[in-house]
Design a protein around this ligand. Structure first.
Ligand SMILES: [Zn+2]
Length: 383
């Protein structure tokens, strides 16, 4: 279901780094050894996912070939797929409960959710949904062999909610191989409804003689006690990205507003910069360095001199021209600094881009005001 040549503009950056710091088997440090990049389309968002993988740094480790990856990606999308799990579930739901045809589901996805998908892929989604609702891959010889070879399982359990009323799709995955072990849809009223489901993974691990290294899940009401009951001695961690995202949710709108304001400032600064550079071409990037050759501006040797306005004369600049040029250079440099500051990329979630840009812009503004004060100029009103 991979499709080439899509427009990926406006994708939201999602950086995923595994939390583990030490090799589970030998205790050595883990080092980052790979970067995987892909785009994942969910119902509401297009993600540009950059996933880092870690491996054991010890040369003697028996499990040096093991790659530690963030469990988050498997929560978002099935292995090797382009469309998110929420789309699979949504399409399956529309088909099974609402009896919508493939053509209708396709139209709704394209028109209501703006998901660029072809009709044939919708058919594939429905097959994925069917497979997912009764997935018992953990019982297959292929998956068991794989888990045995890797020597440990990091179990991720999460529930995909579609709405309040319909059954939740519970998925149990191994984060190391990315394989879905078991999945089923069920209405869970309490812990006891989930215990049998979790037992399957516990039994799988026992049967192949491979330890469950850790468990990651979201903090769902009945899931947490069920995990504690089935895996009493296994470290259990709530999904941190999920947690942080929930914490940051109320800030999202404000940050987007800040990012929008920064964007406007950048556009305004570009105008200023172009104005300066039209008047003083030597102040542009690649022009002669500030103050390096105070008298022979035209002799920069980089072709910029040729574009000089006639008013500056042919290399016989007066002291007044030099001062103006020096100031133009400072102004152009500040405008450039502001442009860069207004476009820096933050790392969501902990480093919101809007906030970062506005902070950097403020630093540039402080520099501008300082320069203005030195020259004895009044700072502009309102700043
Ligand atoms: Zn190791």
């Amino acid at each position: 279901m991979r499709t080439r040549g899509r427009d990926h503009g406006g994708a939201e950056l999602l950086r995923l780094v595994p939390q583990e710091e030490q090799c589970f088997f030998c205790g050595a440090r883990l080092v980052i050894c790979e970067t995987q990049e892909r785009y994942v389309r969910t119902l509401r968002t297009l993600f540009h996912v950059i996933g880092k993988g870690k491996k054991c740094a010890s040369g003697d480790c028996e499990h040096g070939a093991l790659r530690y990856r963030s469990p988050e990606i498997g929560r978002l999308v099935l292995k090797g797929h382009e469309f998110g799990r929420d789309i699979v579930l949504w399409a399956g739901d529309q088909h099974q409960r609402e009896n919508l045809s493939i053509a209708r589901i396709h139209r709704r996805l394209v028109e209501e959710f703006l998901v660029p998908i072809c009709e044939r892929s919708v058919g594939n989604l429905l097959n994925d949904h069917l497979a997912l609702c009764q997935c018992v891959a953990g019982d297959s010889g292929r998956v068991r062999e794989k888990l045995k070879r890797q020597g440990g399982i990091v179990l991720c359990v999460d529930g995909v909610h579609f709405d309040e009323a319909s059954p939740v799709l519970y998925v149990q995955r191994d984060a190391i191989s990315g394989e879905v072990l078991y999945a089923e849809r069920r209405l869970a009223q309490g812990k006891d409804d989930l215990v049998p489901m979790l037992r399957r993974s516990a039994e799988l691990a026992a049967e192949i003689g491979v330890p469950i290294i850790g468990i990651a899940s979201d903090k769902e009401r009945s899931l947490v006690p069920a995990i504690a009951a089935v895996f009493p001695n296994v470290p259990h961690q709530f999904c941190q990205t999920h947690f942080l995202k929930n914490v940051a949710e109320p800030l999202k709108e404000d940050d987007q507003e800040l990012a929008g304001a920064a964007q406007e400032t950048v556009l305004a600064l570009r105008k200023v910069q172009r104005k300066i550079e039209r008047r003083f071409p030597a102040a542009a990037v690649g022009g002669t360095g500030a103050g390096a050759k105070p008298t022979r501006v035209a002799g920069g040797g980089d072709g910029v001199g040729e574009a000089k306005p006639a008013a500056e004369g042919a290399g016989t600049a007066t002291p007044a021209d030099d001062t103006a040029l020096a100031e133009a250079r400072v102004a152009a440099a500040l405008a450039r600094a502001g442009t860069t500051a207004g476009m820096v990329a933050g790392r969501p979630i902990t480093d919101p881009p809007g906030l970062k840009r506005s902070q950097r812009l403020r630093q540039v503004r402080d520099a501008v005001e300082q320069a203005a004060r030195k020259r004895g100029l009044q700072t502009p009103a309102g700043h």
